[in-house]
Design a protein around this ligand. Sequence first.
Ligand code: URA
Length: 212
Amino acid sequence: MSVAEEMRKLKERAMSCTDCDLHKTRTQVVFGEGNPEAKIVFVGEGPGENEDREGRPFVGRAGRLLNQVLEEIGLKREEVWITNVIKCRACTIDKDGRVKNRPPRVGEVNACKKWLDAELKLIKPTVIVCLGNPAANLLIHKGFKMLEERGRWFESSPYAPFIMATLHPAFVLRQKGEAFERARADLVNDLLEAKRKAESTDKRGGSQLTLF
Ligand code: URA
């Protein structure tokens, strides 16, 4: 079976997952999308309102910024794989009845990580980029400090020879004025570095530079 077919089957199984309480409030499961044989995988936190409605990852404001940055560095969404730590929207209803996104809970991440694990094992990417802390805590190390460790390569992942974390596009959008410009530039630089790393490395992690 091709990787694409295996991914389709995996998605089919994930779409009816009821392993945590988020299935009770979701509109639909938001599985990863893109090229199932991509060299680069981006892992966000979890679907928000727009993603929950459309059934696709990163299609809201944060997704538009991610698209812009990918375009700026010469990458197309279809070339990479874009997914999340959790596949269903995590939200709470406040006292005025407003539905608000919230970070995933440990139990939700634990219940959901089998899907991310299976996605990454199928794709076998060269580079994984964690967008924000939940992905970095899960895939790089617990207690990840974004301000200190962002943009740094780690070679300890069982899923890819190289993994790094950068600012979540939603965090960038929450910054104002110069802080926004700085955060956006950090995001662009980190993704560019990830693209270069993927281009200069074959899928098993060896350098593509031939010396002789
Ligand atoms: N934020 C995420 O982390 N993932 C999405 O899919 C959308 C917004």
